[in-house]
Design a protein around this ligand. Sequence first.
Ligand code: NAD
Length: 321
Amino acid sequence: MNILIIGGGGFIGQKLARSLVARGQLRGQKIESLTLADIHMPASIPANFDIKTVTCDIADPQSVADTIGSEVDVIYLLAAIVSAHAEDDFFAGMSINMMGTLNVLERARSLNTCPTVVFTSSIAVFGGEVPDPILDHTALMPQSSYGTQKAIGELLVNDYSRKGFIDGRGFRLPTISVRPGAPNRAASSFMSSILREPLNGQPANCPVSKDFAHYYLSPRKCVENLILGAEIPGQDFGSSRCMMMPGRKTTIREMIDAMTSVVGPEAEELITWNAQPDVQKIVGGWRSDFEPTKALKLGMSADTSFVENIRYYIEDDQPTG
Ligand SMILES: NC(=O)c1ccc[n+]([C@@H]2O[C@H](COP(=O)([O-])OP(=O)(O)OC[C@H]3O[C@@H](n4cnc5c(N)ncnc54)[C@H](O)[C@@H]3O)[C@@H](O)[C@H]2O)c1
C-alpha cells in the first residue's frame, strides 16, 4: 500500500500522516510507503516504513506529474488555500483550489491505475436559498470563491469516478476545532483561537456573539473519518461520491461551557468580545444545520460533545512546559 498526502505539511495532513504511521496499515494492507507533498517541504515523521517528504505545487501540472507516480494506491488531496485567503486573492484560489484539483485528477487519470483519491471539501459549498436542514442531496450553493472552488472539485471527483479514471471520494469537512498552532487566514480561525489561546493562558477575541452556532468536528475524529473514507469500498458510495462528514452543531456559549467544565472558569475570562464586521459577514452566511445521513451509514462519526474537542486538544496538541 503506497499512500500520498498532498498538503501533507498542513494541519490535517500531518495529523493524518501520524495516524497512518501508528496504524501501519490501510484497508488491511501493510503500508509500504507514505509520501508527504506540499508547496513547502513538509516535516518528516519517524516510521518503520519508507516515508518521503517532497515539495509539490498543485497549480503546476509538471510538479504534480513529478509527484504522483504509478505506484500510488491512495492519494489524499488536502492541499488548498483557505476561505479568507481564496476570497482575498481570487486568482490564487482558482489556480490552487480549482486548477490544482484538476491537475491532480488529470495526473491520476493519465496513470490508468484508477487510484483512490480522497478529496477534502467543505461545508462552505452550501449557502444561499437552500432550506435547513441541509441533507446529502441539497443543492450546492456556495457563497464564497472558496466554496465555489470546492464545489467544482466535488463535481470533478464525481465525474472522474463515474468514468473509472479514479476511485474518488469527497468529504465536506465541518470546521475542525480545536486547531493547534497559530491563527490562520480562515474566517473560521477564531472558532479555535477563542479556546486554544485561553487554554494556553493567552487572551483571544471573539468577533461574533455567544449564540452564534456552527458545525464542528475535532481533529482526532476528522482523521479517523478520513482513514475510513479511504477504506470504504468504492461501490458503497452509489452515484454520488461526495458527502458531508459528520460534525456537531454547537454555539459559542456551549464551546466555552465545555472548556469551563474541563479546566475551570479562569480561561473564559481571557476572552474579549469585540465585533468584527468583516468576519461576521463571511461566517454569517455559513450554515450549521446538517444531516450527514450517508456518511453515518458508511460508518463515520462525530464527537459526542464539545468536551471531547477540548480534551483532545489538551491530550494531543497543547504545548507543554
Ligand atoms: N481545517 C478545517 O477546519 C477545514 C474545514 C473544511 C475543509 N478543510 C479542507 O481540508 C484540507 C486541509 O485543511 P488544513 O486545515 O489542514 O489546511 P492547511 O492550510 O493546514 O493545509 C493545507 C496545506 O496545503 C498546502 N498548499 C497550499 N497551496 C498549495 C499548493 N499550491 N501546492 C501544494 N500544497 C499547497 C499548504 O502549504 C498547507 O500545508 C483543505 O483542503 C481544506 O480546504 C479544512
